[in-house]
Design a protein around this ligand. Structure first.
Ligand code: ATP
Ligand code: MG
Length: 366
């Protein structure tokens, strides 16, 4: 069996530290379950690279990234270094567009001893996924293609674009994910989040959801309007498992859901396309704490676990899914036993110490 190849973009600020931490943990997990560690190809990119070289990614980097099995990204962007027009340095957005990374995955899980915002004891059971379409929706004209229609100083029009081809892929992905999660002990309930009572585009989104559902009769499905979903995420989040939605709704609700279970420190993220997946912590480069060994690497490490799970499917080698599960179990157990105590949650451990604690728990976990 050949080892998968992974393109590593460390980026800026704490992105560099949390990436280093992740690769050490990923390698240790692979060794533990007896599979070959990925072969890494590092590509330089980000605001720091732009400041030095005048381009935001090394020459040929975008193409070479696409030739690997997966991309791992630390964090990109620094407020002090921007393009002349004031926009941020963001080569990763081009990667998303170029490789059609339509399926944005944000797992939302209540880990033991991570900050808990809801008093209800059932909140400790929160374990769900926000699946956000990431290439079209309301972001299509603005962020992806910079095609907002501006009429002088009088009017601006943005377009909410929903296509059949992307929606079919997205909903198919959602049903497969729900099935997979049910096989692993979750409820596997799938909720289509939209505003089909008002928008034609959303009714179309839901229609394709229903068409796809015919192929997955075993998956329990439900519907929620986005406003009601926001309410339910605060009122009874433990009842949801997989929620699939348009880009902008996903942008908002994934942050809301992330806030319920401790904020950025545990927020892993994946963006998956037809040929490649990109994995990164949901947080940014955090320049306020860079170079101080204060960053919590757990969001990045959990993104590394998502990457291993993806590589298992992609390479047909289930050992990588075992490696992913070993990382998740180590994080869970380490937090529960208070062996992992990130400064971000008021603990005494910086990036290096948290990483060491994860490695120790990983080694001790059967
Ligand atoms: P971006 O626009 O790239 O998402 P942002 O402006 O949202 O960036 P972040 O870089 O995510 O900002 O940081 C937001 C706040 O959260 C900062 O105070 C930062 O120190 C803190 N933070 C972010 N990530 C971590 C982490 N891994 N560990 C500890 N604190 C973090
Ligand atoms: Mg942010």
């Amino acid at each position: 069996m050949t080892a998968p190849t992974v393109c590593v973009i460390k980026g800026d600020g704490i992105g560099i530290d949390v990436t280093d931490a992740t690769l050490v943990v990923v390698n240790a997990a692979c060794a533990r379950v007896g599979c070959a560690k990925p072969t890494y190809i590092e590509i330089k990119a980000g605001a720091g690279y732009y400041a030095e070289h005048g381009i935001d990614i090394e020459p040929g980097g975008e193409e070479r990234a696409g030739e690997t099995d997966a991309i791992f990204l630390g964090a990109i962007g620094l407020p002090s270094i921007r393009h002349a027009d004031g926009t941020e340095i963001s080569p990763h957005l081009r990667l998303r567009d170029r490789y059609g990374l339509y399926a944005g995955i944000r797992p939302i899980k209540a880990y033991p001893n991570a900050p808990q915002r809801l008093a209800d004891p059932r909140a400790a059971k929160i374990d769900m996924v926000v699946l956000r379409e990431s290439t079209e929706g309301l972001f299509y004209s603005a962020a992806v293609h910079k095609r907002s229609r501006i009429k002088g100083d009088e009017e601006v029009c943005e377009t909410l674009r929903i296509t059949r081809s992307t929606s079919e892929k997205l909903h198919d992905f959602a049903f497969r994910l729900a099935k997979k999660r049910r096989d692993r002990g979750s409820s596997g309930r799938l909720t289509c989040v939209d505003k089909a009572n008002v928008f034609t585009s959303m009714a179309f989104f839901r229609k394709i959801f229903d068409e796809t559902a015919e192929r997955y009769p075993e998956v329990e499905r439900s519907y929620n309007y986005v406003d009601a979903m926001a309410l339910d995420l605060v009122r009874r989040p433990w009842e949801f498992d997989v929620m699939v939605m348009e880009n902008m709704f996903g942008d908002i609700l994934s942050d809301l859901a992330g806030g319920l279970v401790g904020g950025m420190g545990m927020a892993a993220c994946a963006e998956i396309g037809d040929t490649i997946g990109l994995f990164q912590p949901a947080h940014g480069s955090a320049p306020d704490i860079m170079g101080q060994d204060k960053a919590n690497p757990l969001a990045a490490i959990l993104s590394g676990a998502l990457m291993l799970d993806y590589l298992a499917d992609k390479t047909g080698q289930p050992a990588y899914a075992e490696a992913a599960a070993a990382i998740e179990a180590a994080v869970d157990r380490g937090l529960e036993r208070n062996e992992i105590r990130p400064m971000e949650f008021g603990g005494d451990m910086g990036t290096v110490a948290v990483t060491k604690a994860v490695l120790e728990t990983l080694a001790a976990t059967a």
